[in-house]
Write a protein that binds this ligand. Sequence first.
Ligand SMILES: NC(=O)C1=CN([C@@H]2O[C@H](COP(=O)(O)OP(=O)(O)OC[C@H]3O[C@@H](n4cnc5c(N)ncnc54)[C@H](OP(=O)(O)O)[C@@H]3O)[C@@H](O)[C@H]2O)C=CC1
Ligand SMILES: CC(=O)[C@H](N)C(=O)O
Length: 262
Amino acid sequence: MSKLPAVLITGASTGIGEVYAERFARRGHDLVLVARNKARLDAVAARLIQETGVSIDIIQADLTRVADLDIVEARLREDAAIGVLINNAGGNLRGGFLTQTPDDVARLVALNTTAVVRLASAVAPRFAEAGTGAIVNISSVVGLAPEFALSVYGATKAFVTFLSQSLSVELGPKGVYVQAVLPAATRTEIWEHSGIDVNTMSGVMEVAELVDAALVGYDRREAVTIPPLPDAAQWETYQAARQAMLPNTRQEHAAERYRTAG
Ligand SMILES: NC(=O)C1=CN([C@@H]2O[C@H](COP(=O)(O)OP(=O)(O)OC[C@H]3O[C@@H](n4cnc5c(N)ncnc54)[C@H](OP(=O)(O)O)[C@@H]3O)[C@@H](O)[C@H]2O)C=CC1
Ligand SMILES: CC(=O)[C@H](N)C(=O)O
């Protein structure tokens, strides 16, 4: 029987990433778990090894640091056993754009976008060469909604969704599956880190339900999975409206409303 591919999961020390680790371990996949908190990674790994018997390596890495990112990229490039990348690590910031410092903003962009695209870039050539592999990027519905005014966080997630959709177009024909997962509010520590008491919020999904739904989309090979969205036709209508606009954007002249008199 051929061995299942190993799965590298970033942000696996807690929250959504920890549940991904548990679900893939239960499916019999070996794991490589990445995050900063080594004690927590060790505890997750010890529990899952004991419960499932899979092999688990951990890499302690701060994905905002180039030197740490280099180590994870090298593992993705060189370890042929890894066939799935779950790009999950991410964060949010406290407050609004006017109170967030340029350094905080840069760190968030580094974690939520640069790390995601660099890790995908490290692994994609090997997957394409093999004609198989999966890249799962955890985005957010916030990336669809400038109205929420979570400007930098939302922009990073719009980047992740766009990157995933576009990589799906580019890599899909080479046998590489790319999925964007767009959770809405899910009960994890991310809220506490952004200064919000999740218990004061309504419509919050439990993390296990979120990941199980995302894995239904994964097993169906969906390009975009939005676990909380009741009516999938709304997403399809949105995509169709965007696609209908595209042929109209290539024009020799500016649209009538922008033409100056004379
Ligand atoms: N919870 C929610 O409501 C939603 C979450 N999401 C997205 O889901 C993903 C997971 O978030 P969630 O589980 O909620 O958040 P948590 O805060 O619970 O977990 C975040 C994970 O990322 C790791 N991490 C954070 N910073 C770094 C870093 N600099 N380098 C490496 N690892 C890091 C953390 O581990 P450690 O501290 O050990 O490094 C932890 O394992 C994120 O991309 C988030 O944007 C999307 C929509 C909704
Ligand atoms: C705003 C958040 O922090 C949350 N992770 C989300 O994407 O809904």
